[in-house]
Design a protein around this ligand. Structure first.
Ligand code: FAD
Ligand code: PYC
Length: 413
């Protein structure tokens, strides 16, 4: 148990200090500026300070930290990807996740549940078998199980799915986990702050200055800052930042919606995902069911959520678990996801010196938060792409070297 939690439990008064200092003044220059105070930007700041001693760093967040997709996601953590590049990368992240509560001395409620991706058709069974074999090759615990294996782990499931789409088999991934998303932003934020990194909320980047092919500074709503390095980690806002430096990407921005039920007694241990039924669900430590579906099928820069989504998701969830028909939904919301054509991220150096990109995280980037922080910190500190991200560079789209990860997306898109 993290020591901090024990101290809190035994104390008579509320002992928690603020998570990070409220800085009221921007300096005129920093060694690096990170645009975006989501998990990725904060993790990069934390590892830049901890692993490379770079502390003259500012994280600029236009709203509040963790208020973007980091605080809106459904927290599924897994490494059961399809490509060698993806599997190695996400496996490293899962390893980092396992020690993160200790590293931060903050309970992230990291909970390993096992993850089932259901297959309702022969072609889905083939893809699951393929993923299982790639995963095993890299030492990751994934295997194909039959329908009885699913029923054993989750006795409440209707294997016939109301007769619409019977479950034939599933990809079982033992390390599949969930965590408390906002604590991840706080943990990285606090850790970065303690080492001297400045976190500035309500600070929006409005422009980036590039001279002779290299970054020299950023313009913000609070004034100009000189800096030789800018890391862009803004998820659904990436195209707007790229426009500031004259770069193009194949990103398209789609809303991804989710919703949560009232708390129930614990009944669902594993994480259940069905790409064919466009539904996934897990149960939190508080007993809520956290549920999601596919992307909204059109490009939209908005975080509105819809009745159509709630109705569609509820009806598919009832195909799997008819006994939930009396359960109330208490909240729904959306995030703006930055989707790439190959469902892999865009990371690393760009054609502009000193401008680094951590984007293309679409519907899959929460699980990658620790490894993104580590690899982007390396890349910014050394001005050299970390070996784990070599294949994810923006230039792959111009060179036709895509990393086809669509078969491992959690829900159909
Ligand atoms: P964000 O957390 O979005 O942070 C970017 C920040 O940049 C924001 O806070 C924003 O305000 C700030 N910003 C933008 N423009 C500017 C500017 N000009 N100046 C200053 N600041 C700026 N991934 C998984 O792995 N598992 C899941 O189960 C999962 N479920 C998801 C469910 C939903 C509903 C959604 C929407 C996403 C889901 N994802 C999931 C994806 C995951 O949430 C994201 O990929 C990840 O959180 C991205 O983190 P980030 O730090 O890059 O971006
Ligand atoms: O990447 O596993 C995932 C995921 C689940 C829901 C959204 N993304």
């Amino acid at each position: 148990m993290p020591f901090r939690l024990l101290r809190f439990a035994l104390s008579g008064k509320y002992p928690e200090p603020r998570m990070f200092r409220d800085r009221n003044r921007l300096k005129s220059s920093y060694d690096a500026v990170i645009v975006g105070g989501g998990g990725h930007g904060l993790a990069a700041a934390y590892y830049l300070a901890r692993d490379y001693g770079m502390t003259n760093v500012a994280v600029l967040e236009k709203s509040y930290i963790g208020g973007g997709n980091t605080g809106r996601n459904t927290t599924i953590i897994r490494s059961n990807y399809l490509t060698a590049e993806g599997v190695k990368f996400y496996d490293q992240s899962v390893r980092l996740w396992q020690d993160l509560s200790q590293d931060f001395d903050l309970n992230l409620f990291y909970s390993t549940r096992g993850h089932f991706t259901l297959a309702h058709t022969d072609s889905a069974v083939r893809t699951m078998r393929w993923r299982a074999e790639v995963n095993k090759h890299y030492g990751i615990h994934s295997e194909l199980v039959d329908a009885d294996g699913v029923k054993q782990a989750c006795p409440q499931i209707d294997l016939s799915c109301g007769g619409h789409a019977p479950i034939l088999a599933a990809l079982y991934h033992a390390p599949g986990s969930i965590a408390r998303h906002d604590a991840v932003a706080w943990g990285y934020g606090r850790g970065a702050d303690q080492q001297g990194v400045e976190i500035h909320q309500q600070t929006e980047v409005l422009g980036i200055t590039v001279k002779a092919g290299r970054v020299t500074g950023v313009e913000t709503n609070r004034g100009e800052i000189a800096t030789p390095r800018v890391l862009c980690a803004v998820a659904g806002f990436t195209p707007r930042i790229l426009q500031m430096v004259g770069l193009r990407s194949p990103l398209s921005i789609h809303p991804l919606q989710a919703m949560v039920s009232e708390p129930m007694k614990p009944w669902l241990d594993p994480i259940i995902v069905s790409g064919s039924l466009h539904v996934y669900v897990s149960q939190t430590a508080r007993g809520e069911l956290v549920m999601g579906a596919s992307l909204d099928p059109y490009e939209l820069h908005s975080t509105r959520s819809t009745l159509e989504f709630a109705e569609g998701l509820a009806s598919h969830l009832l195909d799997l678990f008819p006994f939930l028909s009396h359960v109330n939904v208490v909240r729904q919301w959306a995030g703006m996801t930055d989707m790439t054509p190959d469902f892999a991220p865009i990371m690393g150096k760009t054609s502009i010196d000193g401008f680094y990109l951590d984007a293309g995280w679409g519907t899959w980037g929460f699980k990658a938060t620790p490894v993104c922080g580590k690899t982007m910190a390396y890349t910014v500190a050394n001005d050299r792409n970390h070996e784990l991200i070599q294949d994810f560079s923006l230039s792959r789209f111009a060179n036709y070297r895509l990393v086809g990860e669509k078969g491992a997306a959690s829900v159909g898109h």
